[in-house]
Design a protein around this ligand. Structure first.
Ligand code: ADP
Length: 425
């Protein structure tokens, strides 16, 4: 009898909890921990809207600068320079979330952006010890990203113990799990794929997921019939061929080093360059890695900066800067042209997103100017007006649609997290 009463009590509590979840607002905290920034947000799942949006910048000269905005305004603060991820998340919890207790109390789950899921993790998951091991294992493929993502996960376990079983990992590689074998296999002995998982995995999948849904809404074409080529151009840059709503090819590979020229990453190179650096120049593997990841790309060619705002403002006055932007756009237009061959005669739009894609009319103009043979033409006036978070078409009349869509990874992370949270209760 005592057991029966205990069972009834637990059952009642469970039902009450579920009713509360259905009736009340449910919010997700999202954390996107990178090497130079930690982006965070609180998203109202039902309204699909951010209530708090913020970013901690580790590279700021005076310390870790934290900027955030809420319904009531914009705020900022500075933490001391050595602040680690846990201290930053602690600040977010105590100074930002808990100062709005109504919001804090409605946070039911925490969504983490994780760059690489390796061969085992192909969709979003609730994080437990086994999942942490898999993410650690995949760090070899994303050494700049996965270890920092893990620090964010560990910190949120410590700071939000009541939500420990409600942390969700959302993977950038998941969107590319539909790549066919012909696209993800490298031309090296098959055993490297079979025994070690050496294949192309892609990245920026969370962003591609957002722009695919948004393109489907804007173009009024259902997602499963939508054919787009999406260009995510930020510090890291990649491109994806999306047919019938799923990814068929993408420019990033085993790691986010392959493909387009990026801020500091080389993108595609002849692997023999590595042998040359190693054998002829007697450089160590660590030095070579550092060059290809941190000293190449736009920074390497321009010898000035990886920051596109600085490059754009020197475009006319500095020959090397001009060259770096031309190489960047040239490679991008080559990728776009090759991806049109995957569209089976129906390309609904070319989409630009990411910090550069959303803001640089110069990059969009140079890149598209090479694609007129494919009936892609830009409208100069529309192109110059589509900056600073604006969304819309930039193509001229009778051209294939060209769209600028500001990405919103936080909304995707929040949605995935809440859906998994709901399944778990
Ligand atoms: P991340 O890959 O770090 O998320 P972002 O998507 O934020 O990068 O993009 C950062 C890049 O976007 C930087 O090179 C930055 O200079 C560039 N960028 C941001 N705003 C502008 C702008 N108004 N004009 C040109 N480039 C911009």
């Amino acid at each position: 009898m005592a057991n029966f009463i205990k069972y009834l009590t637990i059952y009642k509590q469970d039902i009450l909890f579920r009713v509360r979840i259905i009736m009340s607002n449910i919010f997700a905290l999202t954390l996107n921990c990178g090497s130079s920034t930690l982006k965070f947000s609180v998203v109202d799942f039902k309204k699909n809207k951010e209530l708090i949006l913020g970013m901690a910048d580790f590279l700021c000269s005076s310390g870790v600068s934290i900027l955030w905005k809420t319904k009531t305004g914009k705020y900022n603060d500075i933490l001391h320079k050595q602040s680690n991820i846990e201290e930053i998340i602690d600040f977010i919890s105590y100074n930002i979330l808990k100062s709005n207790i109504k919001i804090f109390n409605n946070i039911v789950c925490i969504g983490h952006r994780v760059v690489h899921g390796g061969s085992k993790l192909r969709k979003s998951v609730i994080i437990d010890k086994k999942i942490i091991k898999h993410i650690e294992h995949a760090s070899i493929f994303a050494p700049l990203h996965n270890p920092i993502n893990l620090l964010g996960i560990q910190a949120s376990f410590n700071i939000f113990p009541h939500l420990k079983k409600k942390n969700v990992a959302v993977f950038d590689t998941a969107f590319h799990s539909t790549l066919p074998k012909r696209s993800y296999l490298y031309g090296i002995p098959y055993g490297f794929y079979k025994d070690y998982g050496i294949r192309r995995y892609g990245a920026h999948g969370i962003s591609y997921s957002y722009v695919t849904n948004r393109s489907s809404e804007i173009l009024k074409i259902s997602r499963h019939r939508l054919n787009i080529i999406a260009c995510h151009l930020g510090n890291g840059a990649s491109i994806a061929a999306i047919r019938n709503g799923v990814c068929l090819d993408t420019s990033m590979g085993l790691t986010p080093l392959e493909g387009l020229i990026m801020g500091t990453r080389s993108g595609d190179i002849d692997p023999s360059i590595i042998f040359f650096m190693y054998k002829k120049l007697k450089m160590s593997i660590k030095e070579i890695e550092n060059i290809l990841i941190k000293k190449s790309g736009l920074l390497g060619i321009s010898e000035l900066s990886s920051d596109f705002r600085i490059l754009e403002s020197n475009y006319l006055s500095c020959e090397k800067v001009k060259l770096s932007i031309e190489v960047f756009c040239y490679r991008l237009s080559k990728y776009i042209a090759s991806y049109t061959t995957l569209m089976q005669g129906k390309l609904d739009a070319i989409v630009f997103t990411g910090g550069i894609g959303e803001n640089s009319c110069l990059v969009r103009e140079i890149t598209i100017s090479r694609l007129s043979i494919l009936n892609c033409n830009i409208d100069i006036k529309l192109n110059t007006s589509m900056i600073s978070g604006k969304e819309g078409f930039i193509n001229s009349k009778n051209s294939i649609s060209i769209l600028v869509i500001p990405t919103n990874e936080a909304l995707v992370i929040a949605k995935e997290s809440v859906l998994l949270f709901k399944k778990s209760i």
